[in-house]
Design a protein around this ligand. Sequence first.
Ligand code: PLP
Length: 454
Amino acid sequence: MTATAPKSATGKPRPSHLFYQGRQRRPLIDRAEGIYMWDVHGRRYLDGSSGAMVTNLGHSNPRVLAAMREQMDKATFAYRLHFENEPAEALAAEVAREMPGDLDRVFFVSGGSEATESCLKMARNWALATGQPKRWKIISRYPSYHGSTMGALGVTGYDPLTEPYAPMMVEMPKIPAPTCYLDRDNHSMEERGRRYADMLTERIEREGPESVLAFIMEPVGGASTGALVAPDSYYGRVREICDRYGILLIYDEVMSGAGRTGRFLGADHWGIVPDLVALSKGFASGYAPLGAMVAPPRLVEPVLDAGGFPHGHTYAGNPLACAAGRAVLREILENDLIANAAARGDSLLTRLEGLKARFPFIGDVRGKGLLTAIELVADAETMQVLPPELNAYARVVELAYERGLIVYSRRTRGGREGDHIMVCPPLIVTEEQLDELFESFTDALAAFAREAGL
Ligand code: PLP
């Protein structure tokens, strides 16, 4: 299905009052169930990217819908200065049970950008409350994506999204993301991982350790790097460096959290306990706008004692969103969907690896659990990028869409060049459904190879 504007009765494109980033118009959605979606023309799509890595539980889960209906009949909104609400209280306790270490205080928001913003501001309030007012710099990585609001953009390393607003925002120091697969040297992957971690030490020293407040990273990269996973050596080393300098380690688990990588948090693969965690996306699986910052009492208590956390959003802890979040979490846990993400993720990576033999322009295959990607290149040996005019990242998505398969893609290297395609179906996906996904995906890649002359 091509991306055309909806037609009016006269057959002319119907003008719309709605707009997003560009002029592309997709067909109207009619309904969705499990891993499938149908447009109003009756065409079926396999949701091979869970939307934007959101619908972990798949669509129209009856128990989630029932829980939402039940809450709707009670109260859909209660402002937090006037009432507490049971779904928010209960969900906070249930999330705390899934978190590592001492991370047991939950601050609800409505999405991923709000969750990362909350972490940045919480870190600063903690520094103020503990007599460290000079600490304000948050080091982050390039490329990275932490959200579209101004604070989150300040720690984001993705040029097309940040450059227009450069004069209006505080750009925070960046270190390179651990893109070890691009390095051509004699070092082992583990050595490279340590070297990338040590860039944090260098940057802290350059900035002045007393001015540095925190380091924020995606444990498994999202759309900016295409499911980038660092060598194991990276994770523990970064934690050590943060401890050595007394700076906070923030894990942005907006995409990698809530089971997507085969553990509840990406951090759990490496036994890391971050100081702050941002959650959203799969956390409520698209049933309602919901996100959270999770923090330990050692950060929260001093801030509350010092007069409170002067930050929040009107919809925070919304009872309907939290009721959806509770039901989603229960379904994920009771149906062992995190284990399914790990098992199906292994199968997915093996299948993606297998595509390399047929399509030599697949330069790298990576990911964890059901957060996976392939990177398309002109030369897999040198990892030289494809000519930008091929628009490979966008074309493959279109060719897949025409075949009833939804995948997700972005430019890779800071948003200026490089092409990756993310394949991230819901956590409920079966092997048979992966067969179906792969049939369409292989066909789309073959069509791309033909039209690009590769
Ligand atoms: N952080 C990460 C790692 C993300 O992938 C995203 C969204 O893609 C965000 C933050 C922002 O989330 P939202 O779009 O819900 O504001």
